[in-house]
Ligand binder design. Structure first.
Ligand code: C2E
Ligand code: MG
Ligand code: MG
Ligand code: MG
Length: 292
């Protein structure tokens, strides 16, 4: 039997738990080594304004270029670090790297806003605001309002008062906030009113139903209407077709992100994408909210 330290002493693990524990330790050790060896990458996915056609920014999405297993998506390794110190170390690496990339692009003449995903644990860690401020101060040429922090609805819910305070403190630094995967959590209207975020990112599960005539469409109409009523910017994620984008735009959602424009791509490929980007004519003909 294996022993594991737990609150208040040692607990014994059975064979299955021992295996699980071992597997997690292996992943954690791998991530630690991967960080040291520079195996993590930021991929970027463009966000566009469907009506004007302009590129509104890009979302940074972490990847792990694993020496044996190849390119790993976050679903393969982020859950393992959820309640671990490494979560914060990875999160800080992402922030650093995103700003570093922005400043490199600035020098190439591509000035882009960037969105970074922040985990709940990271956002609520004690010195989040001061450490963010420190990182931002290393890039004085980057206006903080060009950095958008994407937080999950569920993350903010865990400790609403704390989240609201951190968001306010960070906004005082100039950064903006988006509520990610919006619609999948359990937020009530009063909760939405209290969260000082700038943008709501409509979850891709609702976007998938936009062409149908089902409940998803009703939810989507509700979510977009609500966002507009609260004066928030709305962006749809997971927009895979031009038709989906058209329907979203007609409902009043102006911004989109998804495979219809581009999958997440390595940083080195983004400038090429931006210079080749041609807005879809179907979108430009519509004014946001044309049918609402
Ligand atoms: P998210 O922030 O909601 O990111 C959107 C996810 O949808 C990304 O998956 C993206 O590749 C995928 N996606 C984009 N367009 C489409 C589309 O048109 N169709 C479909 N089916 N999928 C699309 P990815 O990169 O695997 O990331 C998954 C999640 O992992 C992210 O969801 C985010 O919550 C988390 N994540 C990613 N990078 C980071 C990071 O640096 N830090 C933290 N804390 N979380 C991250
Ligand atoms: Mg996101
Ligand atoms: Mg999302
Ligand atoms: Mg998601």
């Amino acid at each position: 039997r294996a022993k594991q330290e737990a609150k208040g002493g040692w607990i014994y693990l059975d064979a299955y738990e021992q295996g699980q524990h071992h597997a997690r330790q292996m992943v954690l050790a791998g991530i630690r080594r991967g960080l040291e060896d520079g195996e993590f990458r930021l991929y970027f996915q463009p966000k566009v304004n469907m009506h004007t056609g302009e590129v509104a920014g890009a979302e940074a999405l972490i990847r792990w270029q694993h020496p044996e297993e190849g390119l790993l998506v976050p679903g393969r390794f982020l859950p393992q670090v959820e309640h671990h110190q490494l979560n914060i170390q990875l999160g800080e690496w992402v922030l650093q790297q995103a700003l570093k990339q922005m400043s490199a692009w600035d020098k190439e003449g591509m000035v882009l806003n960037v969105g970074v995903n922040i985990s709940a644990v990271h956002l609520q860690s004690d010195d989040f605001t001061s450490r963010l401020s420190m990182i931002l101060s290393q890039y004085p040429q980057i206006t903080p309002s060009r950095l958008d922090l994407e937080i999950l609805e569920t993350a903010a819910l865990a400790d609403l008062d704390k989240a609201v305070q951190v968001i306010k403190d960070c906004r005082a630094l100039g950064v903006t906030f988006s509520l990610d995967d919006f619609g999948t959590g359990y937020s009530s209207l009063s909760y939405l009113q209290r969260l000082p975020v700038d943008t709501l990112k409509v979850d891709q599960s609702f976007v998938a139903g936009v062409e149908g005539n089902d409940e998803n469409l009703l939810i989507l109409k509700g979510v977009i209407g609500l966002s507009r009523a609260f004066g928030k910017t709305v962006i749809a994620e997971g927009v895979e077709t031009v038709t989906q984008g058209q329907a979203l735009l007609a409902l009043g959602c102006e911004y989109a992100q998804g495979y219809a424009m581009s999958p997440p791509i390595p940083a080195s490929q983004l400038p090429v994408w931006v210079s080749n980007w041609q807005p879809f004519p179907e979108w430009r003909e519509l004014r946001p909210g044309d049918i609402t």
